[in-house]
Design a protein around this ligand. Sequence first.
Ligand SMILES: Nc1ncnc2c1ncn2[C@@H]1O[C@H](COP(=O)(O)OP(=O)(O)OP(=O)(O)O)[C@@H](O)[C@H]1O
Ligand SMILES: [Mg+2]
Length: 286
Amino acid sequence: MSTDADPGGMTIPGPGTESAVASSTATSQAPAAANGQAVIETVDLTLSFGTRKILTGVSADVRQGAITALIGPTGSGKSTLLRTFNRMNDKVSGYKHEGDVVLDGRSIWHPSVEVMSLRRRVGMLFQRPNPFPMSILDNVTAGVRAHKMTNKAGMKEVAERRLTEVGLWDAVRDRLKDSPFRLSGGQQQLLCLARALAVSPEVLLLDEPTSSLDPVTTESIEELVRTLTPGITVIIVTHNLAQASRVAHRTIFLNDGRMVEHGETHAMFEHPEHEETARYVTGRFG
Ligand SMILES: Nc1ncnc2c1ncn2[C@@H]1O[C@H](COP(=O)(O)OP(=O)(O)OP(=O)(O)O)[C@@H](O)[C@H]1O
Ligand SMILES: [Mg+2]
């Protein structure tokens, strides 16, 4: 797996479990597809570690203001692709890319693109919460401070607004100076989400953000993600096909080193173009 922040290895839904739920909910609950223009395009993108190609020739687009799910079996390259979008892999040993990723018309590897500004525009939330070793308040405002986005007085306001947005304000308002590590796992994840939102990203990358959360926190994160769009474009990696069908306008399916299919979620779940997709979304292989 690619990093300690992204250990992967999640359970794949088996027949009659998540995927059955996904198929049954796809018709009734899948949101209408967003028809916005492409904000991120991958152009014949090939990603490798050393001599091993992880994904080959991926040409897909991510629509502005939509939620796009990245699905596929374990090891299919979801995290590698997601982490490529804000150049989190650039320094990983052996990582190579061919082809391009274009954000708003410009390559993310163009010499004029600064990685720090790219990551302000394209924020990320990992599977495991990773609060910084500083107070709760400072965690939320870390990016805002680094990018000098507001003055000292504005920090508290940003923190309150973002913590309220993620539903954590009441739980932490009296302990803003405390360590985040005393918060529960779910609360830590909400804190990291508040931190990611505080710099007002245009695109938010979520790598299995709810895989270790209880159903109530999962639902509140899904609801929040829905309300963030269309202001923000969201890409969410998930093994939970029911979650993909609940929240994602569009879905990209990766398998066996390739992008097999991408398009509107409900179309892909109900009328997949490829047998491989049909087998995956109905839980016939994981
Ligand atoms: N830093 C790395 N060095 C070498 N190989 C890596 C690295 N990171 C990932 N890989 C390999 O790339 C492939 C894709 O991994 P990736 O983490 O993208 O899969 P994934 O689809 O996110 O899987 P999961 O669902 O288990 O999280 C795997 O075979 C993995 O072993
Ligand atoms: Mg992964």
